[in-house]
Unconditional design. Structure first.
Length: 115
């Protein structure tokens, strides 16, 4: 069973930064576009942004210009650099393939932005 492992979350103040990581198996990672998702308390999980196999990226409007997705194919790892964090960014962050989130969800990593 393919695993997705997210890490790097934590508690940060408004305006701060965090860098999340997502690791999965090499065959899956290299063959797929990948995406970051998040689920805030009481809300549905939503797409944050994605990165293509060759590194093209796109983001939802609320995070565009603040978040950066990158990938290191040699390490089977995707990153989410989050800057100028806002309280509304508080959520559990997940990674998965894109489109369609075809893999079983990992445990996610909690990001809490406090004021």
């Amino acid at each position: 069973q393919v695993q997705l492992v997210e890490s790097g979350g934590g508690l940060v103040q408004v305006g701060g930064s965090l860098r999340l990581s997502c690791v999965t198996s090499g065959s899956i990672f290299s063959a797929n576009h990948m995406a970051w998702y998040r689920q805030a308390p009481g809300k549905q999980r939503e797409l944050v942004g994605y990165i293509s196999r060759i590194g093209n990226t796109d983001y939802i409007a609320p995070v565009a210009g603040r978040f950066i997705i990158s990938r290191d194919n040699a390490k089977n790892t995707m990153y989410l650099e989050m800057n100028r964090l806002k309280s509304e960014d508080t959520a559990v962050y997940y990674c998965n393939t894109h489109p369609g989130a075809s893999l079983s969800w990992g445990q996610g990593t909690q990001v809490t932005v406090s004021s």
